[in-house]
Design a protein around this ligand. Structure first.
Ligand code: MN
Length: 332
């Protein structure tokens, strides 16, 4: 999907933009946010302001923040912005903005929406949504190339980290030739490949490691080995020494079992709120399951938040997931 000219023109003309991502930002979100903020700083010096309310950064992704010289956007920056760049965010209510801001924080000003979520609602003034792209970073890379901006080693590293992370280390079906070409170009531009690999794959704190033990221990295999799920309650998360922001890709634990079609992780990051992480293998669509609980995401990776504790969430979600698997087994 080619980059719309109007998108580039708009990005080039914003004088005072604020860059926004999604709540609980992952590496793709931070990488695309910071790269866009560096590529289109407006008149703010080296980097546009970024919306990252207190507590947004996980320990493991702090290295990306440390790479850049970012300033967090204050409510006053929101008020004075002449436009917003939203990346990796499917719908407006998922935008990671200060709680004190009105839900109409854009106030009719320009919103550039760059995203790769199937469930994107095209909430921007200009939308560049390509659900076939494996990451928002791949899209921001395309926009930066189309606008003929230089790619510094830091920008290359930010974008490479997002592509690496959202393709699960270049292993998901979204690892297309286009994703690999982008990654190759970014490596040529100086992306810090092994440093990123270490940060993303081999940098667990003892707390995260302890939480993984819990998630391994709680993993159950049901439906004749088609569905693996696990749980971590609020008490289990806090007694591991973790916080909600540390929950990121732990659904990879039930997902790592051989032969499954679906993996689910239930985590109670704050008491009474259970986050659902769903993954489908072999092309299984889990987006509709997330959708049934008010969530969204991608066809094979989706999530939602339920307004209840773990036992009730499991009781509500498993029948829907089993029904989905039943349809897979008995296609009409
Ligand atoms: Mn993403």
């Amino acid at each position: 999907m080619t980059v719309p000219d109007a998108l580039i023109t708009t990005l080039e003309t914003l004088k005072n933009p604020v860059v926004v991502g999604h709540v609980r930002p992952d590496a793709d979100c931070l990488g695309s946010m910071f790269a866009a903020a560096i590529a289109w700083p407006g008149e703010h010096g080296s980097m546009a302001r970024v919306s990252l309310p207190e507590g947004s950064l996980s320990r493991r992704l702090r290295f990306m923040w440390d790479w850049v010289d970012a300033t967090v956007a204050s409510p006053a920056d929101f008020a004075s912005a002449d436009g917003f760049v939203a990346v990796d965010t499917a719908k407006k209510p998922r935008c990671n903005v200060e709680k004190s801001l009105d839900e109409d924080w854009d106030g009719g000003r320009t919103v550039v929406n760059i995203d790769h979520h199937e469930s994107n609602t095209n909430y921007g003034t200009i939308n560049y949504v390509d659900a076939e792209a494996g990451s928002a970073c791949e899209l921001v890379y395309r926009v930066i190339r189309a606008a003929n901006h230089d790619i510094s080693p830091i920008v290359a590293s930010l974008l490479y980290a997002g592509i690496h992370s959202d393709t699960l280390g270049f292993s998901l079906p979204t690892t297309t030739a286009s994703a690999l070409e982008a990654a190759a170009d970014l490596v040529a531009c100086g992306a810090r490949v092994s440093e990123i690999g270490e940060h993303l794959c081999r940098s667990q704190s003892e707390s995260e490691f302890n939480l993984n033990r819990v998630i391994y221990a709680n993993t159950k295999l049901i439906a004749d080995g088609q569905l693996a799920y696990s749980t971590a309650s609020y008490d289990e998360i806090t007694s591991s020494g973790c916080v909600a922001a540390d929950i990121d890709d732990q659904v990879g634990i039930p997902l790592s079992l051989d032969g499954i079609d679906m993996a689910i992780l239930f985590t109670e990051g704050s008491p009474g709120y259970t986050r659902l992480n769903l993954r489908g293998e072999k092309g299984l669509n889990v987006l509709e399951i997330a959708g049934a609980f008010g969530g969204g995401g991608h066809l094979n990776a989706a999530g939602a938040i339920l307004n209840c504790g773990i036992p009730e969430a499991v009781e509500r979600v498993l029948p829907v997931a089993l029904e989905r698997l039943d349809k897979l087994n008995n296609p009409r």
